[in-house]
Design a protein around this ligand. Structure first.
Ligand SMILES: [Zn+2]
Length: 351
């Protein structure tokens, strides 16, 4: 998976800053959805954009059509969650204009990364790369989102817990080179998130900032490495398989929470500690919440090896071993056991 990687964007932090971000002298477009656009529009007196693109499904056809409807602009703003950010990057790629991202939730790292992701025939596919110039992190704006649509963003960096394990496996087998410096910086990102876990849970300025700073570190690593190895492993591949089987999209971080838990279980990689960390951050690890049935989850685990072999994914535990149905059920029960204890309030390290 060698990618063309650009330098990470400049992040601007503050409360109420969205009021002053729009240009006064150049044409601009907005890629968004009705709820985030209403939120942002109500907070600024800037001139109206040249075009407002409402993001719907992220099929290639919709993207092409939307981009064709946008007159030439100087800059496009992606306002909302991952789909709006990807749409903004797509329009910028077509026009060669600048991109500024304005997250109103944190479902994953799409605001920071250059990758444009869509789903084709049920598979998550990247279709291009565009450097993001700026990410405007308006704490108050982000706190208007439902709490779990902010905290789950951390999962797109906590994926390192299982991704690094996979990388080590590949290196031990002589399939990939190992980079001790990158390994140490990935570990320190996880440590910083762990240290900020209650700030993340409460969605304080520091907690929200910690999540974005983790994304930036990984974007820098991707720039150095030319790929996303330290943060993308079997947990992401399981997520892609669940999407493939379900034939629909998810809030990326919500799905990743379940997948990080599952793969840490199969890696025998600090499963209890990982569940405890997610719980402390207020991140649910819950199939019901993401409307994935037990049957689909088990099928995704059992077919994972076959699924990863059909794509150009990094070597991982998913390639390394089969998962039997009995093992998949055991993993599911282990996750559910934790979920029940969390619901009873018994597991938080804080209490
Ligand atoms: Zn991700």
């Amino acid at each position: 998976m060698t990618e063309r990687i650009f330098r990470p964007p400049k992040l601007i932090y503050g409360s109420g800053i969205v009021a002053d971000i729009f240009p006064t002298d150049v044409p601009y477009a907005v890629a968004t959805m009705p709820v985030p656009w209403d939120l942002v529009r109500g907070r600024t007196t800037a001139q109206a954009p040249t075009a407002v693109i409402m993001t719907s499904d992220m099929s290639m056809e919709s993207l092409e059509k939307a981009a064709a409807d946008v007159p030439p602009v100087d800059v496009v703003y992606g306002i909302g969650g991952g789909s709006s950010h990807d749409m903004a990057k797509f329009i910028a790629m077509k026009q060669g204009c600048r991109v500024i991202q304005v997250p109103t939730m944190i479902g994953g790292d799409a605001a920071v990364t250059p990758t444009i992701v869509i789903r084709q025939e049920g598979r998550v596919t990247s279709i291009g790369y565009v450097p993001v110039e700026q990410v405007v992190v308006d704490f108050d704006l982000i706190r208007t989102a439902p709490p779990e649509l902010v905290t789950v963003g951390a999962c797109d960096a906590l994926s390192s817990i299982t991704a690094i394990w996979d990388w080590r496996l590949a290196a031990d087998l002589g399939l990939e080179t190992w980079d001790d410096d990158l390994f140490r910086s990935a570990l320190s990102v996880i440590e910083r998130l762990r240290a900020g876990r209650y700030e993340i849970r409460e969605r304080t300025d520091a907690g929200i900032r910690a999540i974005f700073e983790a994304f930036v570190v990984y974007a820098e690593m991707a720039h150095t490495l030319g790929g996303s190895r330290p943060e993308e492993g079997s947990e992401h591949f399981l997520a892609y398989n669940i999407e493939y089987i379900s034939r629909r999209g998810f809030v990326h971080g919500q799905l990743l929470a379940v997948c990080i838990a599952a793969m840490s279980y199969f890696q025998s990689n600090h499963f209890d500690q990982t569940m405890s960390l997610l719980s402390d951050m207020g991140i649910p690890v819950d199939l019901e919440q993401i409307k994935v049935t037990e049957e689909v989850f088990i099928r995704a685990l059992v077919t994972l090896r076959e699924f990863v072999r059909q794509s150009d994914y990094y070597y991982s535990i998913a390639h390394h071993r089969d998962i039997s149905k009995d093992e998949a059920v055991e993993c599911l029960r282990a996750i559910q056991g934790w979920g029940n204890r969390v619901k009873q309030g018994a597991c938080s390290l804080r209490s």
